[in-house]
Design a protein around this ligand. Structure first.
Ligand SMILES: *Cc1c(COP(=O)(O)O)cnc(C)c1O
Length: 373
């Protein structure tokens, strides 16, 4: 990782300080794999899969190579394929949409609410058509989606639900962890996520043994028996090294999430009268603050002001999927999605993560409070 330039006083994210803290444990885990000679589909993967499934309250966990693959293979395992339409949020990371295409189906965007940034059940209900096969709710920024109304809709219309939990490690919905609440849940262990590997990684958790078995086959060339290929699969495995490192980091997830939670509370108190729209947590939710996203029509000016004060910020996301060149020429590109367009202009992610010290956060807060649009 490149060091931030000296004028950055508060980095958006600081993986290095996170890894320094766990250096000895991570090194020991890596050496264990080096000495074992098992580098793929071995005991570390099984151990991590079982641990992760238990943490998120699902009977089965299957490690794959990335979050994108977890979404793609998860959809395929639920029977989504060519000719199907899958409803996706208009406001999300593009991978949610890409996975639908990789599964052979068509993503159909449903606009989110500007206020919450996530789906309203009524909008989803109105978008269900004869070809709709599945819903992909996204627990964006670490706040769980209100799943019960969506599960009700899915049951009435015989749709599969796969939730994208790439930003929601440890989040709970009505007291139950995200990860065992739908037909399948897709996870990413990209390094910057709340639980991140030292490279790419992902997983599918599910309570359905057949879905788990299908993902196991799909990730391994469509094979569960050596040299027998029952279907057209992929090569998408979570390797032993990443699995071993993830087991180390998993032991610190609650503590890291607690740090994020404390930082979110501090932001909330200190910025209550700042004129920004602040994120709110529903009373039925525990959010894990993957990102702390504020909203203002003066976003670009605020971002420049913060940069001038040495505060690094990011935008999640500046271009909505339907405006991406990759989707030019598809029906989605012509969709009317005003909330997604507006959020792309107004959202700003403040520094957030287990690395963020109070004195750094005070710098962010002072800089935000000194902003005059
Ligand atoms: C990170 C992310 C993904 C993709 O995960 P990768 O591991 O980077 O492939 C998918 N959806 C959302 C919402 C994400 O934040």
């Amino acid at each position: 990782m490149t060091r931030p330039p000296a004028r950055v006083r508060v980095p958006f994210m600081d993986l290095r300080s996170l890894h320094v803290e766990l250096r000895d444990q991570l090194a020991e885990a890596a050496l264990g794999v080096l000495d074992s000679e098992r580098v793929l589909l071995g005991p570390e993967l099984e151990r991590f899969e079982q641990r992760w499934a238990r943490v998120v309250g699902a009977p089965h966990g299957v490690g794959v190579a990335s979050g994108l693959d977890a979404l793609t293979l998860g959809l395929q395992a639920l029977g989504v394929g060519p000719g199907d339409e899958v409803l996706v949020p208009s406001h999300t990371f593009v991978a949610t949409w890409l996975a639908v295409v990789h599964a052979g189906a068509t993503p159909v965007p449903v606009d989110v609410s500007v206020e919450t940034g996530v789906w309203e059940p009524d909008a989803v209900a109105a978008a269900i058509g004869p070809r709709t096969r599945a819903l992909v709710p996204v627990h964006l920024y670490g706040h769980p989606v209100d799943l019960d109304p969506l599960l009700g809709l899915a049951a009435r219309h015989d749709l599969a639900v796969l939730d994208d939990a790439a930003q929601a490690h440890g989040a709970t919905y009505r007291g139950r962890p995200v990860g065992g609440l739908t037909a399948a849940t897709a996870w990413s262990f990209y390094p910057g996520k709340n639980l991140g590997a030292l490279g790419d990684g992902g997983a599918v958790t599910t309570s359905d043994p057949q879905v788990a078995q299908r993902v196991r086959s799909l990730r391994n060339y469509g094979s569960t028996e050596k040299y027998v290929h029952a279907e057209i699969g992929w090569n998408s495995r979570l390797d032993e090294l990443q699995a071993a490192l993830l087991s180390v980091k998993l032991a610190h997830l609650d503590r890291h999430n607690a740090r994020r939670h404390a930082s979110a509370l501090r932001y909330g108190e200190a910025l209550a009268d700042s004129g920004l729209v602040l994120p709110v947590v529903a009373d039925w939710a525990t959010a894990v603050w993957h990102l702390y996203v504020v909203r203002t029509p003066h976003r670009d000016a605020l971002r420049a002001h913060l940069a001038a004060h040495g505060v690094e910020t990011l935008v999640h996301y500046p271009v909505p999927p339907h405006r991406q060149p990759a989707f030019a020429g598809t029906a989605a590109a012509d969709a009317h999605l005003p909330a997604a367009d507006r959020l792309a202009c107004e959202v700003l992610s403040l520094p957030m993560g287990p690395h963020l010290r109070d004195d750094q956060q005070d710098l962010v807060i002072d800089a935000v409070r000194s902003f005059r649009p």
